[in-house]
Design a protein around this ligand. Structure first.
Ligand code: V47
Length: 359
């Protein structure tokens, strides 16, 4: 093990990437502090002491979804109690509230609604942009883009082109889950394959839009599945450079239907964030999404290779429907305080990681 850590330290110091076998050895190791120290070294070389956050607001326009992923407590059928689709006026009111609160970004994702026409999404983007031209709209996952292509009979490029024309600026990283077929067939059999997620994302990058990437962990997957997932992302990033941040999403088990899944402890969360930082040498940013991790683990993660905390969020449904015990919102001041108390420098960024203000 000493050799493993020494070899990886040398690789980090010389800018050499680690192998899948080494990543697997790290996952199998219980030396959390040694892993964290290597991740912190890799991050410091890349990003110094800065920790990024943004002022944003999430809007989930509908929870109605034709995919019934077993890990998801958010989705509903059209007949189910609690299903909703927001009216355009409600969406605009939320966007206006965000703008008034100093947000720079709206993060919007929703279910795959069986009946909404593609025009609903175009009108939503155009109306938000018309009211708030200063807001960056980060919306839709590769899963939704594939769905819109099916819905309209258009190519991914045509769909992206129309969405961009209407106001789409970039895309979040959801829907990736775990790419490997064995696990994916169990947790989201109706969702597009891992290969298709990667193919759609590659097209989006080549079109010129930035996206993020996620990995849902802590359910049925083995360490091998995580390394396979990270490996496919690293390869795609080598080809396109279109990913901004990697976000490991800690599985929240309440109200879900994944047999035997218990959720993620603090050790596994920190280890996964740290190994992601070490392995994904071509991703500049690794984000601790505090909603799924909880505030304390997200804060500690800042010493385990993480350089981004996401944002103020304001209203969160996907994690909280599944039992996340974090708050739904953080104020900018709370985020700044959290970063400072970890001994790091808070930097407000915009969605494309331009620095807005150092605190
Ligand atoms: O795709 C669903 C995940 C994702 C659960 O790109 C769950 O900046 C945990 O992708 N437990 C949506 N996770 C959230 C997402 C995201 C969030 C914040 C920032 C960004 C970004 C992206 O949430 C889904 C799915 O992978 N998810 N159910 C659950 N029970």
């Amino acid at each position: 093990m000493i050799n493993l850590f020494e070899n990886i330290r040398t690789k980090i110091e010389t800018g050499t990437r680690i192998s899948d076998a080494e990543a697997l050895d790290l996952f199998r190791s219980n030396d959390l502090l040694a892993i964290g120290e290597l991740a912190a070294l890799a991050n410091r070389r890349r990003n110094g002491e800065a920790v990024y956050f943004n002022v944003n607001r999430h809007i989930n326009y509908t929870n109605i979804c034709v995919n019934r992923c077993t890990f998801c407590a958010f989705h509903k059928g059209v007949e189910d109690e609690g299903c909703y689709t927001l009216a355009l006026n409600d969406i605009l009111a939320k966007a206006a509230e965000a703008s008034a609160a100093g947000a720079t970004e709206i993060h919007m994702v929703g279910g795959l609604h069986p009946d909404l026409p593609f025009d609903f999404y175009l009108e939503m983007l155009a109306a938000i942009k018309a009211d708030n031209p200063e807001l960056h709209i980060k919306a839709f996952t590769a899963v939704e883009i594939d769905y819109f292509a099916q819905l309209t009979g258009q190519s991914v490029e045509q769909v992206i082109g129309e969405l961009q024309q209407a106001g789409l600026d970039s895309m979040p990283g959801g829907g990736a889950e775990i790419f490997g077929k064995g696990v994916r067939d169990k947790i989201c059999p109706e969702k597009i394959s891992g290969e298709r997620w990667l193919e759609v994302t590659e097209k989006v990058h080549r079109y010129g839009l930035k996206t993020n990437a996620t990995m849902l962990f802590g359910h049925l997957e083995e360490y091998e599945d995580r390394v396979d997932h990270l490996g496919r992302l690293r390869q795609l990033q080598d080809r396109t450079g279109g990913f901004q941040a990697f976000i490991p999403l800690a599985f929240q088990p309440d109200n879900t239907r994944v047999p035997g899944a218990k959720g993620v402890g603090g050790v596994d969360a920190l280890k996964t964030l740290a190994i992601s930082r070490i392995y994904l040498d071509n991703f500049r940013h690794v984000k601790a999404y505090w909603v799924m991790l909880g505030l304390k683990i997200a804060q500690v993660a800042l010493n385990f290779g993480v350089n981004d905390l996401d944002g103020t969020v304001v209203e969160e449904k996907i994690g909280h429907d599944a039992g996340a015990d974090s708050p739904q919102a953080m104020t900018k001041e709370q985020i700044i305080e959290l970063i400072r108390k970890a001994g790091r420098i808070p930097v407000e960024r915009d969605t494309l990681y331009q620095e807005l203000k150092t605190f």
